[in-house]
Design a protein around this ligand. Structure first.
Ligand code: ATP
Length: 301
């Protein structure tokens, strides 16, 4: 096992009666990386995460976390692990602050940790609201606050973006990125939405029917993604020539649209170039459809 391995599984398997939920999974997650565990509903993500955390026992295979084999009686590593699993629940009749204070006492975190976590998860406005009176998205924020309250070295998060609105997803994404980059926290997170992990993860493992189909790092993913901006306009020939002239080297024709590759977020530049030349611009759409298509093809969608 490489020395910077934080989470490793070997031939990890879980059966529920006839259902093979996780089938011989080998994972190797390194220190300070954000690992996106991507799969459709029922792929085996939650079951894997429960085994990582010692919440259920594997039918076969093993999990090692922070150098310790996870099994009955192994509790020492969990002080360094923060987690969020689907069934994470807060004490319903206690406030956000009270819930976090209980977690603080349980984990021996310093007093300032509660205020820090409230601030980090944008819960200041709701700090004195009962947990059962929170919106779903804010319940999720509370669960995330609890997961990272004690400044763990490892975060294991099952669908952290669940119930968050688009702005919340971006906030949480930025927060996880900075925990990994600035504090070297290792993040293992599951998702069923490719776009969500594509923006964040250093590596993505695609799981289907309990098996790891493929692992991709950021560059491999970007190569597959081939994101582009789709342009609809009154005169495709002129538009293509104009875009090339202003430096968009990779323009392809697809039906009655143009696809401008490698354009990043330069929609405004494209719009300016076409409109100022007197072309009528019908639509401009940033797209990364190919990546989604790739994921669906891989998982039989
Ligand atoms: P989702 O995104 O829908 O949460 P998932 O990838 O987390 O899906 P799991 O919850 O791990 O998937 O489920 C994997 C498979 O194992 C599914 O077929 C599920 O029905 C089955 N399964 C999970 N838990 C149990 C259980 N306790 N008893 C029987 N089958 C189970």
């Amino acid at each position: 096992m490489p020395t910077d391995t934080v989470i490793a599984t070997h031939a990890l398997t879980k059966r529920f009666g006839d259902v093979l939920a996780v089938d011989g999974l080998d994972l190797d997650v390194r220190r300070g990386e954000v690992y996106g565990f991507l799969g459709r509903n029922g792929a085996g993500k939650t079951t894997t995460i429960r085994m990582l955390l010692g919440l259920i026992r594997p039918s076969a295979g093993e999990v090692t976390m922070l150098g310790r084999r996870i099994g009955p009686g192994e509790t020492s590593v969990f002080g360094r692990v923060g987690y969020l699993v689907e069934t994470a629940t807060a004490y319903p009749n206690l406030t956000v602050r009270e819930n976090l204070d209980i977690q603080r006492r349980l984990t021996g975190a310093p007093k300032t940790a509660v205020a820090d976590a409230i601030e980090r998860l944008g819960l200041s406005q709701y700090a004195d609201r009962r947990a059962d009176h929170l919106s779903l998205g804010n319940k999720q924020r509370l669960s995330l606050a609890r997961a990272l309250l004690h400044a763990p070295d490892v975060l294991v998060l099952d669908e952290p973006a669940n119930a968050l609105d688009p702005a919340g997803i971006v906030e949480v994404r930025d927060m996880l990125r900075s925990l990994a980059d600035e504090r070297g926290v290792t993040v293992f997170m599951s998702s069923h939405i490719l776009a969500e992990v594509a923006h964040l993860a250093d590596r993505i493992g695609i799981v289907h029917d309990g098996r790891l189909l493929e692992e991709l790092d950021r560059d491999e993913l970007a190569a597959k993604a081939r994101s582009y901006i789709e342009v609809r306009t009154s005169d495709l020939d002129r538009a293509e020539a104009l875009l090339r002239a202003v430096g968009f080297a990779h323009v392809e024709r697809e039906g009655d649209t143009l696809r401008v590759f490698g354009a990043g977020e330069r929609c405004p530049d494209i719009a300016r170039a076409l409109v100022s030349a007197g072309l009528e611009l019908t639509s401009l759409t940033p797209t990364s459809e190919d990546l989604e298509t790739y994921f669906l093809r891989l998982t039989g969608g």
